[in-house]
Design a protein around this ligand. Structure first.
Ligand code: GLU
Length: 375
């Protein structure tokens, strides 16, 4: 059996908080003391040097109390209206709770396209990276007011896994209302055993999550297993733990009951594999010998080193990179549309600023978005 991961060893952690933890189910009121303790937990992680991203539900739950729609199922427009009202409150309470720990919060609202379309993916990724660099904790939710049935995640478990992938996190924590994954539904079989570690997502594990219609699955284990598939595939470990305890992150650190899903990869390696293998290149960048050497020493690809551009592509698309002799040097996600890339080809960083204006980036492909071919 592999060892349980040590929480303090992770550098970038995404913590997903479900509505039921934040908002009292009966009264629809915020669970303030619990949130304050969780913020303290987060503060302890950041003090130890980890970067933390929060994915928080609760907008709809908070909004329905305010709008007097507390009872019964909501229609789509009603839940959107509730989210519009509740999200303001949600962002406010997070900002306040984190500020108490000396942490600045930044609200990030995403829709499906922000993680699924490559151009927007790069934009959202850059914003999250900048917030973390500036020492802020991003507090993410789905932009429920504009997300309609076809373009929504619908659940924050998968949203959290996508955000964690996008941010290159090495750990995803799903705070839930159960201790973790059980061999059988604990509601049907009170003696069911909690699984400590899942090394691989097998059909047997999926079965334990229950069928989509079972009572247990509605508790959300199904979407949590899907989140585990996304997270472990993207090179991070994931843990499901019971959030109802005061300071649930401390409880995970102290090896309280929970279920870990392990990855065999790292975020960096998984991203390189994804760039190298799964994406169809839309164009070719031919670069000079100096740029080849720069890439091979771990640098980004600058416009100055690009000699020629072939094909039509958009920012975020995969492109092939060829050296002077035509040899494939690698592949990467390009930071510019083909049209802009052609305008800045061979230019220095200052020239790029005067051609494309402020906000232009020097890198045509950032080193994090590069996968070099084996030499
Ligand atoms: N985005 C929704 C909200 O904030 C919740 C979705 C979920 O809980 O999975 O209310």
């Amino acid at each position: 059996m592999p060892a349980t991961p040590v929480l303090a060893s992770f550098r970038r952690i995404v913590v997903k908080v479900g509505s039921a933890l934040l908002v009292d189910r009966d009264k629809g009121r915020l669970r303030r003391a619990w949130l304050a303790a969780l913020a303290e937990d987060i503060g302890e992680l950041t003090t130890k040097g980890a970067e933390v991203i929060v994915v928080s539900s609760g907008a709809i739950a908070l909004g329905r109390t305010v709008l007097g729609l507390a009872k019964g199922a909501l229609r789509l427009e009603e839940s959107q209206a509730c989210a519009a009202v509740g999200q303001i409150a949600l962002a406010g309470v997070w900002a306040e709770a984190l500020a108490h720990e000396g942490i600045t919060a930044g609200q990030v609202l995403l829709t499906l396209g922000d993680t699924e379309q490559r151009r927007r993916y790069l934009n959202a990724r850059a914003t999250l990276a900048k917030l973390l660099e500036l020492g802020a904790v991003p507090v993410v939710n789905e932009n429920d007011t504009v997300a309609t049935a076809e373009i929504r995640y619908g659940d924050n478990d998968r949203l959290a896994a996508r955000v964690a992938t996008m941010a290159g996190a090495d750990c995803l924590i799903l705070l839930s209302d159960v201790d973790g994954l059980y061999e059988a539904s604990p509601r049907e079989r009170p003696d069911a055993k909690l699984i400590d570690i899942v090394e691989r997502l097998t059909p047997r594990i999926e079965k334990m999550a229950g069928s989509p219609t079972s009572e247990y699955a509605r508790g959300g284990m199904r979407t949590k297993i899907e989140a585990a598939r996304i997270a472990t595939g993207a090179g991070m470990h994931m843990v499901i733990a019971n959030g109802y305890h005061t300071k649930p992150l401390k409880r995970i650190a102290e090896r309280g009951p929970c279920t870990w899903f392990l990855t065999t990869s790292t975020p960096r390696a998984a991203r390189k594999t994804f760039i190298a293998g799964t994406l169809e290149p839309k164009g070719v960048l031919v670069i000079d010998a100096g740029a080849v050497r720069a890439l091979e020493s771990g640098k980004s690809l600058l416009a100055a080193g690009v000699k020629r551009i072939e094909g039509e592509f958009a920012r975020g698309d995969a492109v092939l990179i060829r050296g002077p002799g035509g040899r494939e040097v690698g592949r990467g996600l390009v930071g510019y549309d083909a049209e802009d890339a052609r305008r800045i080809l061979g230019r220095s960083t200052e020239e790029i600023l005067s051609i494309l204006g402020a906000g232009a980036r020097a890198e045509v492909i950032h080193r994090d978005d590069l996968a070099l071919a084996a030499l």
